[in-house]
Design a protein around this ligand. Structure first.
Ligand SMILES: Nc1ncnc2c1ncn2[C@@H]1O[C@H](COP(=O)(O)OP(=O)(O)OP(=O)(O)O)[C@@H](O)[C@H]1O
Ligand SMILES: [Mg+2]
Length: 365
């Protein structure tokens, strides 16, 4: 063995480290199985020791631990002793692989951790200046978020900033998290917590076999340090204690993986009505771990009208000049604006405008 590089971070960055020509774990395992079967058959007549196969560049991608037999992972060093390996590159491995390699090849192992782009003062300025062009009527939420981001920027410790957004449906909570991550130029890490509503999700949160999907592994593979735990209120309550350490220290671990979330921004969204509702449903231990609880306001009539106008303008771009003329002649915008008081959700506003336009255009066919 010449060198072992263990890399923690996104796949796109791991790909930059590895050589162009290599063999991966899945190939090696299946070829090795085939060879073993052949050797076993031959050795019945000729019990000669077989020569170790040479692998110059051996690359193990983060998605490969799930596709091989459990024993390859749990007895990793034992398994790779079947080969003569020159260089080994490993992406987001389970704890047991790093431990074994450190024990047996301590002087060959280099651990590299990706430095995630941080939210910067410039990002904060852009957030403050352009937020209300994208998300309308949430200026109070914007100012609270900005104040918290500012404290995080000033703070020298590595603890994540943990925010809980709450409010009615379709008023900009998820969109705000997306907007924040766009500012850093990274793909938002988004997990839909409404999927975690029963005990089957237990292994996803606490870890199970290496072949199973798990949250810690998804976090290791993340592209961004902005983490959205969407619809956090819909997750099974028994899972909340899994997040104590993550929210406190920026550290998440399950049976197989450890994850560091230094200086990350963790946003949980919910549809709670008020702070009492949050405490009642989430409980004080998790409530007290949020750095800020941010209310998203219901839309005022003025906000609804502005969203309708913007949405109408955006949708109109999809139509031909004749269609646009017909829609305008029929005063469709004013018709939608006249029932603004019934439209409290931006998702429904968009649907309503599309529906009205379709009905109108069909009528002239
Ligand atoms: N305040 C707003 N201004 C402009 N567009 C908005 C606003 N709120 C929501 N939208 C639009 O409505 C859609 C849904 O918004 P979003 O996903 O942020 O809702 P949400 O508050 O997270 O709702 P839910 O609680 O149901 O998840 C998005 O396409 C978004 O662009
Ligand atoms: Mg949402």
């Amino acid at each position: 063995m010449n060198k072992i590089i263990i890399f923690y971070g996104p796949k796109s960055e791991f790909d930059k480290l590895i050589p162009n020509k290599y063999q991966n774990l899945t190939e090696i395992v299946s070829e090795h199985e085939a060879e073993r079967r052949e050797i076993t058959l031959k050795s019945l007549g000729d019990p000669k020791e077989h020569i170790k196969r040479e692998i110059e560049e051996f690359v193990i991608g983060s998605d490969e631990y799930a596709s091989v037999n459990e024993h390859v992972v749990t007895n990793f060093c034992n398994y790779i002793s079947n080969f003569q390996i020159e260089n080994l590159y490993i992406h987001n491995p389970p704890i047991c692989i790093e431990k074994q390699l450190n024990k047996i090849f301590a002087d060959k192992v280099t651990i590299q951790k990706f430095d995630y782009p941080q939210f910067t003062v410039d990002n904060l300025k852009t957030f403050k200046d352009t937020y209300s062009q994208h998300i309308i009527g949430q200026d109070k939420a914007r100012d609270e978020i900005a104040a918290n981001l500012y404290s995080m920027l000033k703070n020298t410790n590595t603890k994540p900033l943990v925010l809980l957004f709450y409010g009615d449906s379709g008023i900009g909570k998820t969109e705000t998290a997306k907007f924040l991550s766009q500012l850093t130029g990274c793909n938002l890490f988004r997990k839909q917590f409404s999927m975690l509503q029963n005990n089957q999700s237990f292994n996803y949160i606490y870890g199970g076999a290496h072949s199973e999907k798990c949250f810690a592994k998804d976090l290791l593979d993340r592209e961004s340090n902005i983490i959205l735990l969407d619809e956090f209120d819909k997750a099974y309550n028994a899972f909340h204690n899994a997040f104590y350490e993550m929210f406190d220290e920026g550290y998440y671990s399950d049976t197989n993986y450890n994850v560091e979330l230094n200086k990350s921004i963790i946003i949980c969204t919910s549809n709670y009505k008020n702070e009492d509702d949050i405490i009642k449903n989430l409980g004080m231990p998790i409530f007290s771990r949020f750095d800020a609880i941010i209310k998203f306001d219901d839309f005022t009539l003025e906000t609804r009208k502005q969203i309708i106008a913007n949405c109408y303008k955006k949708i109109m771009l999809e139509f031909t000049t004749e269609e646009k003329d017909f829609i305008t002649k029929n005063d469709l915008l004013n018709k939608v604006l006249s029932f603004a008081k019934y439209l409290s959700n931006a998702r429904i506003i968009e649907k309503k405008i599309r529906e009205c336009i379709s009905k109108l255009l069909i009528s002239q066919l």
